[in-house]
Design a protein around this ligand. Structure first.
Ligand code: ZN
Length: 564
């Protein structure tokens, strides 16, 4: 209490939420001050001082939730303590009760971290510019003063929000009872273990095979980050062993969901975006809406835009960054928004993102067909994609200039700079091998360029990808790229893309690359940031300095490729 240094929460109060180490940064004292500051902020913004507070299963979460609630009550707030909850469950309660919300969670972060996601009544977002900076200053003031002055009238009581949540999500996505489906869900010992049983219990036609449903904030089985392919091993094995129709993997606070098909192969988030967009557009057009808008970020597959147009919707392109999607959705009153990082937003779910609604859409679509999920998805994954490839460069602007100058010499291209450089060469009248596009964005925090290439044919994608990567590398001979392969940087991302950071399959010499197949299932391989990913079993095989580690994997004893 006699700390001489002024409190500084700048390291944990981010642009859209609060994240930090729960033992050194986001302690109960800090949570108490932030709870008090949130109540003050709500009163000053005329949104009332009613709030719902919930928390995930992290070891530090109950104490932080208690401290946050105590701080808010001390400043006169009326708090509903919702206890254990997924983030989308909290947003749902905020929407239904028109109360502000506070969620104690660090999403997919490691066990030692925790965080705070806040929203205004109706699950409306708060950013640094619209409130978090003000709250931070208030909280720092309370911490410096060593006390929070009491405002009378504050109360707290418990609130059960699970039943309303289940009713809401099932009401939004009815599932026909015609076809029995066997579904494996890996909850990663996180909040999916709380929401999935409650939702699936109401679906008679679903045989649920639960995996890691016991809530345990130490994550005894694997981290709760399904965007890292390593964390999908258990789910893939269970889908194959159980002969399941599909598998779902949820992240720590269960607001994101990744889908595997019946072969255990990852369904790309762009394919899920297209599938849901088609269904949501059809639903609201059936209710009389003319040309409903759908938002997708600009690295989503071209197929997403084509599907939206073909379904009679309006495609709205957004920059990358999931908080930007919500604002654009509100502006265009878009019915749905999707991102390549497996965030799916629903207008009729208070514009909030929900992995559960995405999962229910996939189940509903599958229940309406006779075929397998891989067959259903094939129509939504028609193009060859490079995945996101990160290149460390000395001067990102210089490298981008070189790419821009080169592109100007290629006839038939169009480009824009909504977010980095997007270049398109896709004349539907031209032969297939001439259709490609790419996006080249720079990182805000590191000298990194992020490249995404897509083409109508695999060989075209590889050619364009290698051309652009050569241009980027040439810009920095001996500076910055000498120490490591140019496109093999461990990027630190708060919102990871679907591929893990690491070496890329593109480092492997072409003549070697052509001869490789998956050592586990003999499937064909595609380049991802992190190595080579099997297009059939979705396992990613590391590439180290241009050497594919999967060759060594063949000589290992059976089982040696299992997660340690
Ligand atoms: Zn999450």
């Amino acid at each position: 209490m006699t700390d001489p240094a002024p409190a500084d929460l700048s390291a944990i109060v981010k642009a859209y939420d609060v994240r930090g180490d729960a033992t050194t940064q986001l302690t109960p004292d800090v949570a108490h001050a932030l709870g008090a500051a949130f109540a003050d902020f709500l009163r000053s913004s005329a949104d009332g001082v009613d709030m719902i507070v919930a928390h995930d299963m992290r070891v530090s979460s109950p104490d932080l939730a208690r401290a946050f609630i105590d701080g808010a009550v001390r400043r006169g707030a009326t708090v509903a303590d919702a206890g254990l909850s997924s983030t989308d469950q909290l947003y749902c309660a905020s929407g239904l009760h028109r109360a502000a919300g506070g969620m104690i969670t660090a999403s997919h972060n490691p066990a030692k971290d925790n965080g705070l996601k806040l929203c205004l009544p109706g699950a409306r977002p708060i950013s640094r510019d619209t409130g978090l900076a003000q709250m931070r200053a208030t909280a720092e003031g309370y911490l410096d003063a060593g006390q929070v002055p009491e405002v009378p009238g504050g109360t707290s009581q418990e609130l059960d929000t699970l039943r309303d949540y289940v009713d809401t999500v099932l009401g939004l996505v009815p599932i026909s009872s015609g076809r029995r489906l066997r579904v494996v869900v890996d909850a990663a010992n996180a909040m999916g273990g709380h929401t999935v049983p409650a939702v699936f219990e109401r679906l008679d036609q679903i045989d649920l095979v639960p995996l890691h449903f016991e809530l345990d904030g130490t994550f005894p089985n694997h981290p709760a980050d399904p965007l890292n392919p390593e964390n999908l091993h258990d789910l893939r094995a269970a889908v194959l062993k159980e002969g399941a129709d599909l598998g779902f993997a949820f992240d720590g606070d269960a607001d994101r969901c990744v889908v595997l098909d019946e072969r255990g192969a990852l369904v790309p988030p762009s394919a899920i975006t297209a599938l849901i967009a088609q269904r949501e557009i059809a639903r609201v057009r059936g209710a009389g809406e003319d040309r409903p808008a759908v938002v997708a970020n600009l690295v989503s597959s071209r197929h997403v835009a084509e599907t939206i147009a073909a379904s009679g919707g309006e495609h709205v392109r957004s920059k990358v960054g999931h908080s930007l999607i919500k604002a654009l959705m509100a502006e265009h009153s878009a019915v749905f928004g999707g991102e390549h990082s497996a965030h799916y937003y629903f207008r009729d779910f208070f514009h909030a993102d929900s992995g559960m609604l995405a999962a229910l859409h996939v189940l509903a679509a599958l229940a309406e067909t006779e075929g397998s999920l891989s067959q259903l998805v094939a129509a939504h994954d028609p193009y060859a994609s490079s995945g996101e490839i990160n290149s460390r460069v000395a001067d990102a602007e210089l490298a981008r200039e070189a790419v821009r100058a080169h592109i100007e010499t290629v006839p038939g291209t169009t480009s824009d700079e909504l977010d980095g450089l997007t270049v398109e060469h896709w004349d539907p009248a031209a032969p297939e091998e001439d259709r490609w596009w790419f996006s080249l964005r720079s990182s805000n925090t590191e000298p990194l360029l992020r490249l995404n290439v897509e083409a109508a044919q695999q060989s075209t994608m590889e050619r364009v990808r290698d051309e652009i990567l050569d241009l980027i590398r040439d810009q920095a001979p001996g500076t910055g790229v000498g120490d490591e392969p140019a496109h093999s940087t461990p990027a630190t991302q708060t919102e990871p893309s679907i591929a893990p950071a690491g070496a890329s399959g593109a480092d492997v010499p072409g003549w070697v690359r052509e001869r490789l197949c998956c050592p586990d299932c003999a499937g064909s391989l595609r380049d991802v940031n992190g190595g080579l990913q099997c297009t059939s079993c979705a396992r990613t095989h590391a590439v180290d300095g241009g050497i594919p580690v999967l060759i060594a994997g063949r000589t290992e004893a059976p089982g040696a490729d299992q997660r340690p």
